[in-house]
Design a protein around this ligand. Structure first.
Ligand code: HEC
Ligand code: HEC
Length: 261
């Protein structure tokens, strides 16, 4: 009997601590309803708005038709879909630019490549707001420890080269109904190639990266139904098409970067 009581008390304590953890950090829905927010939470909410509607809230730095949440699914809260609870992973050295990168630079680079836009300055309100939202999402993560489901799954080497001709068949059967036969998107479904898509310097333009994302998450709502080879093939097919050029290759940009960094 005493044992049972201890069990009940423990259960109650556990429930209380869960309730407490929920209280310490309000949900976005709760924050959106608050008439007054402190500086941190108003930035968190603004960051959330930018991630979910970059077209409206960060238009001056966006050059294509995408919103961050089109790739960072569910506003950056979905595992294996580039979740944004990664504040504890920064700063770190990154081969792409050969520098120690803070979260700010990482955010600014997604504007330049994934959003085919302009790199905002370090202290742009948009960058600060997104950084606040990322630290909000990272609450409870351990510094330096990779969060579960970070990035996209790494696909195993299938032993076959990605085949864009097979990829075309996959695309026409499984993707075109939403993303359009011309890859230019339909309604709220974003484009996957063409001038309104990510540019060729973007992470999504690497076949492995795109294949991991597509395999885990596409067709939307039916992730993990393609074979890994089909995901590789369809990524190779996406990459056959025209998209904006990699601005990292532009001499003008290098000049601008030298001035700002
Ligand atoms: C076309 C898809 C796409 C869009 C749109 C996009 N990103 Fe990303 N993002 C990626 C990919 C792919 C990676 C990881 C690969 C890499 O590092 O290049 C990434 C990585 C990141 C990271 C680092 C994540 C980590 O695990 O360390 C941050 C932060 C980020 N993006 C922020 C943003 C923000 C902010 C926006 C909107 C302004 C945005 N991204 C729009 C595809 C996208
Ligand atoms: C049911 C409709 C649907 C189908 C089918 C579908 N997608 Fe998507 N896809 C979406 C939507 C919607 C998004 C944006 C998700 C969001 O904003 O929450 C998206 C996002 C993407 C993205 C990242 C954003 C971008 O546009 O660059 C890629 C890449 C992508 N899909 C590729 C594919 C591929 C390849 C297939 C076929 C294997 C496919 N999708 C099938 C609806 C679909």
């Amino acid at each position: 009997m005493a044992k049972l009581n201890i069990f009940v008390v423990l259960l109650l304590l556990l429930q209380m601590s869960v309730a407490h953890a929920q209280q310490t950090q309000p949900t976005i829905e709760q924050l959106l309803q608050e008439p007054f927010l402190d500086d941190y939470y108003s930035n968190v909410v603004h960051g959330y708005e930018i991630i979910t509607d970059s077209q409206k809230h960060a238009s001056r730095y966006v050059g294509n038709a995408l919103n961050c949440t089109n790739c960072h699914l569910q506003a950056g809260t979905q595992k294996d879909a580039l979740p944004l609870n990664v504040a504890g992973m920064y700063p770190k050295w990154r081969a792409k630019n050969g520098k120690r990168n803070g979260i700010g630079l990482r955010i600014r680079e997604c504007f330049l490549y994934s959003m085919d836009g302009i790199m905002p300055p370090e202290d742009a309100p948009e960058v600060l707001a997104i950084a606040a939202y990322i630290s909000y999402l990272s609450q409870g993560q351990v510094m330096g420890v990779e969060p579960e489901g970070r990035g996209v799954p790494t696909l195993e080497d299938t032993g076959y080269d990605p085949n864009p001709a097979n990829g075309r068949l996959v695309y026409m059967e499984q993707c075109a109904s939403c993303h359009g036969e011309q890859g230019d998107g339909i309604g709220d479904v974003p484009p996957v190639w063409g001038l309104d898509s990510y540019n060729s310097g973007a992470g999504m333009n690497r076949i492995q990266e795109a294949a991991g994302f597509i395999w885990a998450n596409m067709p939307l709502g039916n992730g993990r139904t393609l074979t890994q080879q089909q995901a590789l093939d369809v990524s190779a097919y996406l990459n056959l098409h025209l998209r904006p050029a990699d601005p990292g290759q532009s001499k003008f940009l290098k000049l601008v970067e030298d001035i700002f960094n």
